[in-house]
Design a binder for this molecule. Structure first.
Ligand code: PLP
Length: 960
């Protein structure tokens, strides 16, 4: 026996599931002899890349983690007092391990299929309830992308609701964090909104203003009483947005009690690592009367088909798909996982625990302030919570040097230093700071003593909170670790995730999120870094960004990337703003028409509207392709004002359109730019590229193609790649200098968006290498075409390419079943009884299912899923023939819960076995839907978006 001592495990073989035998069996079904032959039939020759991807050789998992650990060690984990919206925090171990690091929580999709998503819907409802209570508002959504974009959404909501159409001015307190102001500038620009930056104490609002925004506590740490300001604003019909700090609201009078119309902010310090900027969940709370204008999604209470308590996304579910350019926002991916964690943090600590944390932080801040005063410093604040400012005059450099020697970061702005304390600050830390400051003044040793007098709050009585919060049992029950662990697990068990079965959501690319890719995210060298830490402390992050930028540029064929947009739709918005800046720079201020095909994802028109563009819809042909004649006519008609085309490639119909190069040429000839929506990049990597088809800009959904898990509705990242002529316009940042010559203002609060999860995509590319990535694309296409071959005899497949092949996804037409009463949702719900999450329902064509298997599913799993769909098709035939009742059948009654199936009574015309165990494999591993069919309209009629009093559902078996 000879032994191979050079054997290396290949990560590629872990990520791409089908093995050689599976591949050959699938190829035989397709009647082709090799994968390459299939690819030749699928991807048009003229857009194929001529060269293999030029990426570093694939690393093993072990080698990657070893190398990355070295890179990570280049980041210096200093004690951060920088503040500015980012605070160190303690992620409770039970939440870190069982939520943040747990695929049972991070691999789900957005909870559109409510019956198998009750766990995270409840966790998100808890988050909304905590936000409503702490802000003192009436309604809250289930997270936005970050504090700055939440502020921009608030400004825009005020703008949309303005009564006086000529009011174009928006008051911005000069004490907002600079990154928030920067994002307001970006968003205000296309609408001609004029930001007036001023002092709320002296400024007089008038008729030309539609809104105002202030910060509480303010950017300088001061806690102002805004009551008079809000009153003045309301007298002038001006609405007031407040950017608030959640932790401080345990001690401060909530904005809802002194006149705020909207309250936004970040929930980062509720146990979410700083992560060099994200991901973190922003919150948005407002009054009930504005509920139909709220951006993002709202979780609401309703009932299921058995009249039990159930949850689902309320009102504007998929609202950008329906309202398109009239949508309230372009939010698709938000920050669900982080909102879930923040909600659990609130439940774990409860009102008393949170208050103790806030009191300690506040008390230590006062201790520090008094100690520094004793040491001869002038503290500028009178009323503050956790942040103080000092004017150091010529001592700045000495303080800075001394702090760096002690591995401490403060926030410096000229001679003004800001010190923000947080949950992790201890008395010892305050002692050290006092020692440093005293040393610099070189004062007598006894004056360096830490103030140990009676600590009394410096918050004026009128601003001290008296109202209760977090009174619901959910925040007063799970305070021991066992209770919390079991609560987390009880919710997790209600959610179907990639831990159970494939989630074949077309356009969403639910592929493997490998553990090795996830592990570094929670390393302290990445997690405990403040986004505004000095550049020389973050070379580890810079190394990751530089490599990722280079690799993604190679993959897209573009000159450079911006890693700032923190969702795909934010990438769209950013790309369009870059295109806008390009036209304006050339004097083409009038170019504002965006051509968008009718089949586009709803975020495309929603983002175009945000960028101030007018949308002209391009027709599709019978076969799903873009109607090139119509496109040509519209491009010529609008040549004068054409800004761009937004096009998804391969198309949302799952086809590589042959005419794409001609399409891009037509746009360019008429003076426009081509924006490619990169959501379907999983069908391109290594075979073709956005640059090869002729696009100028594209976003990549790193949470689709590049393995960031979907987190149950976020986080994600949507970096954009641009051709050379657009590089100089890529977004800048107000605090960290990443600006190019002509950068647009920021689109995210942090310079590199949700920086810490960029590591996941970095890991994926490094582990796969160029050939591995290209194989992933090939196998994604193979898997899809195999499923198509198995399913097309049962469900008509809409649209395919010139040779009858689909790309990486396909659309199953379910519209014909309508004539015997079966809707596409019945199939979606019935799939739950078979243990599956439905594919994408009714996008891009109403009444259809869009199936995308990805390369990470083995043939065995594809077969199980096909078997389920075929069995359901047979059930439909039985309804058609009358063998099953038209109304009382397993499709209409799906999904079937355990309590229904095992109940004393069974009155249906089919058996319990048919209901719950329709195929043999189901019995071996049954996933029980937590509730029956959810009633959408019941909940919308009387909207409840906070945890209802326990009595109201104590009858319910599911949430008793
Ligand atoms: C997912 C998707 C988007 C939106 O991306 P998010 O990251 O969810 O904001 C846009 N277009 C298409 C075609 C998509 O599939």
């Amino acid at each position: 026996m000879s032994l191979n001592i050079h054997y290396q495990e290949d990560f590629k073989d872990r990520h791409i599931a089908p093995k050689a035998e599976d591949r050959d069996a699938m190829l035989a079904v397709l009647g082709v002899s090799s994968v390459e032959e299939l690819i030749e039939q699928t991807v048009p020759q003229k857009i194929r890349l001529k060269q293999p991807l030029n990426l570093p050789k694939a690393k093993s998992e072990k080698d990657y983690l070893t190398t990355l650990k070295q890179t990570a060690s280049l980041n210096k984990v200093f004690k951060s007092y920088i503040g500015q919206g980012y605070y160190d925090t303690i992620t409770p171990g039970v939440i870190l391990r069982n939520v943040m690091e747990n695929p049972g929580w991070y691999t789900q999709y957005t909870p559109y299929q409510a019956e198998i998503a009750q766990g995270r819907l409840q966790a998100l409802l808890n988050f909304q309830t905590a936000v409503i209570d702490l802000t003192g508002m009436e309604i809250a959504n289930a997270s936005l992308l970050d504090e700055g974009t939440a502020a921009a959404e608030a400004m825009f909501m005020q703008y949309s609701l303005r009564k006086n159409q000529s009011a174009k001015k928006f008051f911005v307190s000069r004490l907002l964090f600079p990154q928030t102001v920067d994002i307001l500038k970006t968003r205000a620009n296309p609408f001609g909104i004029e930001l007036v930056i001023g002092d709320h104490l002296t400024f007089g609002l008038h008729d030309e203003f539609f809104g105002a925004i202030v910060q509480y506590p303010a950017g300088n740490g001061e806690v102002y009483d805004y009551t008079a300001f809000a009153q003045q604003a309301h007298e002038k019909n001006v609405k007031v947005t407040v950017v608030a700090d959640l932790l401080s609201l345990t001690l401060l009078t909530p904005p809802g009690e002194w006149g705020a119309d909207i309250v936004v902010g970040t929930s980062q310090r509720f146990g979410i690592p700083m992560g060099f900027g994200g991901p973190h969940a922003a919150f948005f709370a407002t009054k009930d009367e504005y509920k139909r204008s709220i951006p993002g999604r709202i979780i609401g209470v309703t009932i299921d088909s058995n009249n039990n308590y159930a949850l689902r996304m309320a009102l504007q579910t998929r609202e950008q798909h329906i309202r398109r350019d009239k949508a309230t926002s372009n939010i698709c991916t938000a920050q669900a996982l982080l909102a879930i964690m923040a909600g659990f943090y609130a439940a774990y600590h409860g009102p008393k625990g949170l208050k103790l944390i806030a009191e300690r932080t506040h008390g230590l801040t006062i201790t520090l302030a008094e100690s520094l005063k004793n040491a001869g410093y002038n503290v500028l604040n009178k009323a503050y919570f956790d942040t103080i400012q000092l004017d150091l005059h010529d001592l700045v450099d000495s303080i800075k040097r001394e702090c760096i020697d002690n591995e401490i970061n403060l926030h410096y702005n000229g001679s003004i230093v800001t010190i923000a304390l947080d949950e992790t600050t201890s008395f010892e830390d305050v002692k050290l700071l006092t020692k440093i400051f005293s040393k610099v003044k070189a004062i007598a040793a006894n004056a360096a003593e830490v103030f140990e007098g009676n600590i009394v709050t410096v918050i004026p009585e009128s601003l001290q909170r008296t109202s209760e919060y977090l009174t619901h049992p959910v925040f007063n029950t799970h305070h021991s670790e066992h209770e919390m662990l079991r609560y987390i697990k009880s919710l997790e068990s209600k959610d179907l995730s990639l831990c159970h079965s494939m989630i074949a959501l077309g356009s969403c690319t639910m592929k493997l999120n490998a553990t090795t890719e996830m592990i570094p995210v929670t390393w302290p060298e990445f997690g405990k870094i403040h986004p505004f830490a000095p550049a020389d402390q973050v070379s580890g992050y810079y190394t990751v960004f530089n490599e990722l930028d280079k690799w993604l540029s190679e993959i897209t064929g573009f000159a450079a990337m911006s890693l700032q947009p923190n969702a795909g739709a934010q990438g769209e918005y950013t790309g369009l703003m870059v295109i806008r800046a390009y036209h304006q720079d050339r004097g083409d201020h009038h170019r504002n028409i965006a051509l968008i095909p009718s089949s586009a994802h709803g975020t495309n028109p929603a983002s175009a509207a945000m960028a101030g563009m007018k949308i002209v819809v391009v027709k599709s042909l019978e076969n799903g392709n873009i109607d090139v004649e119509d496109l040509n006519a519209k491009a010529e008609l609008h040549a004068e004002n054409l800004s761009c085309l937004m096009v998804t490639y391969p198309s949302t119909h799952g086809v590589f359109e042959e005419s794409i190069i001609d399409i891009c040429t037509i746009i360019h000839e008429n003076g426009g730019q081509v924006y490619m929506d990169g959501a379907n990049m999983n069908a391109q990597v290594g075979l073709t590229s956005p640059a090869a088809i002729g696009a100028d800009v594209c976003h990549l959904n790193l949470h689709k193609t590049f393995c960031i898990p979907h987190g149950g509705g976020g986080p994600g990242m949507g970096p954009i790649g641009v051709a050379k002529h657009l590089v100089q316009y890529l977004p800048g940042h107000a605090v960290v200098d990443i600006n190019n010559k002509k950068s647009i203002h920021a689109v995210s609060s942090a310079p590199w968006g949700s920086a810490s999860i960029l590591i996941i995509s970095h890991a994926y590319i490094a582990l796969m290498g160029g050939e591995g990535l290209t194989d992933a694309t090939r196998y994604a296409i193979l898997n899809a075409n195999y499923m198509k071959a198995r399913l097309e005899a049962y469900y008509p497949v809409l649209y395919s390419g010139a040779n009858g092949r689909c790309a990486h996804e396909m659309i199953l037409d379910c519209r014909a079943f309508k004539s015997y009463g079966i809707e596409v949702v019945d199939i979606a719900k019935r799939l739950m009884d078979y243990g599956f999450h439905a594919p994408t329902v009714s996008f891009p064509v109403a009444g259809t299912l869009m199936v995308e298997p990805t390369e990470s599913e083995p043939k065995h799993e594809l077969d199980r899923f096909c078997d389920a769909l075929i069995a359901i098709r047979n059930e439909i035939t039985e309804v058609e023939t009358g063998a099953l009742d038209k109304v009382d059948n397993p499709l209409k009654n799906a999904p079937h819960t355990a309590s229904i199936v095992t109940g004393d009574e069974w009155s249906h015309s089919y058996s319990r076995k048919t209901a719950a165990f329709p195929l043999p494999y189901v019995a071996a591993y049954k996933f029980w839907p937590a509730v029956g069919r959810v009633n959408d309209s019941f909940g919308d009629r009387s909207l409840i978006c906070a945890c209802p009093p326990i009595e109201s559902y104590s009858e319910s078996e599911t949430f008793a």
